[in-house]
Design a binder for this molecule. Structure first.
Ligand SMILES: NC(=O)c1ccc[n+]([C@@H]2O[C@H](COP(=O)([O-])OP(=O)(O)OC[C@H]3O[C@@H](n4cnc5c(N)ncnc54)[C@H](O)[C@@H]3O)[C@@H](O)[C@H]2O)c1
Length: 323
């Protein structure tokens, strides 16, 4: 079966999906919509798709089996609900939104519709991350130490907190998600954020330039995440999982993992393109009707969003927020 795909949004991440889907045998992108028509035309030309007149026109179940929603989180409106009610399977980029109530409402509509759904927590699909998941199964982690430091997304929407959710909500969301995927659900969070550099360098922005978050998991493990989106001379990401007799370190956003214990000291770097693995898994799920290959459903992605929102609330209230 060929899975006919519509794509809403033709920016950076849409281009990445187009490249990945071009290599997925069962996938065919048939239509693309973007508010920026020139961008949509350029993307459509890459795959011989047509440019739809509107997002609503694109969501036509006579023409597409599935939709990739690649517009930023502030711009999704009711796209997921419209697609679900029309029986169109849904892939939606991370983060799922900016507030919990509308996202929970969308999840209910998606669940009731029965459509296949996936959220773009792409790092889960690395073979290296899968190896760590297997390794950590049943192990007692007591400390998690994570950071993600680097640059900002160039688009203007990204530097506005109410549109992007900031670096924590939009980029570090991958590390937040990876921690719960590999070590279990969060229990509570406390946090502080600053704008020490941005307030003078780019006063028109509203996002923090740095965050220091600490948390505990339901397992009892405790941990920290520090982050910055304004660092010219250092960038990178890391998540260390520490146990009494082992240490796992995930670097390069999941591409490289090290496992050290009494019997081994190994470092593995993945050769995979996780976007390809992710998109193939989604397309195969749509074709077969089996969701087994999807590693993050829409419902699963909600707890990752909940953590970000709780971290900002904790900072504002200067208290610990339970999840
Ligand atoms: N999974 C990942 O690793 C990853 C990486 C990058 C971005 N993303 C996510 O993908 C989403 C988009 O990010 P991006 O980097 O592609 O942003 P971008 O700014 O490069 O592109 C966004 C596109 O959406 C279009 N757009 C905006 N509002 C629209 C609307 N209402 N209807 C139609 N088109 C609209 C813009 O014209 C633009 O072409 C964000 O949610 C981001 O967090 C995920």
């Amino acid at each position: 079966m060929t899975v006919k795909i519509g794509m809403i949004g033709a920016g950076g991440i849409a281009r990445s999906h187009i490249n990945a889907l071009k290599k997925v045998e069962q996938a065919k992108i048939v239509s693309i919509f973007d508010l920026n028509t020139a961008g949509a035309q350029e993307a459509a030309a890459l795959v011989g798709a047509r440019v739809a007149e509107s997002a609503d026109a694109l969501l036509n179940p006579q023409e597409i089996d599935a939709v990739f929603i690649c517009v930023p989180q502030f711009a999704r409106g009711e796209l997921e609900e419209i697609a679900a009610k029309r029986g169109i399977h849904i892939f939606v980029e991370k983060p799922l939104g900016l507030e919990l109530a509308p996202v929970r409402q969308k999840e209910q509509t998606i669940r009731e519709s029965g459509v296949i759904n996936a959220a773009g927590y792409v790092l889960r699909y690395f073979d290296t991350v899968q190896k760590v998941k297997q390794y950590l199964e049943g192990k007692t982690i007591h400390l998690i130490q994570a950071f993600r430091i680097g640059g900002s997304h160039p688009a203007p929407w990204w530097s506005q907190l109410h549109m992007s959710g900031g670096n924590l909500g939009d980029a570090v969301t991958h590390q937040i998600d990876m921690i719960r995927y590999l070590a279990g659900e969060y229990k509570d969070v406390t946090a502080q954020f600053g704008r020490n550099s941005l307030q003078t360098l780019k006063p028109e922005t509203t996002i923090p330039d740095a965050g220091a978050v600490s948390f505990s998991l339901q397992s009892g493990a405790v941990g920290t995440i520090t982050e910055s989106c304004l660092s010219t001379h250092f960038s990178g990401s890391e998540i260390k999982f520490i146990g009494a007799d082992f240490m796992v370190n995930i670097t390069g956003n999941g591409r490289t993992v090290s496992i050290i214990d009494n019997t081994q000291n190994i470092t593995i770097t993945s050769r995979q393109d996780p976007s390809y693995v992710q998109d193939k898994a989604f397309v195969e799920a749509v074709a077969s009707g089996s969701r087994e290959s999807i590693l993050c459903s829409y419902a699963d992605g909600i707890n990752t969003l909940a953590f970000t929102i709780a971290a900002y609330q904790a900072a504002e209230k200067r208290s610990t927020i339970s999840l």
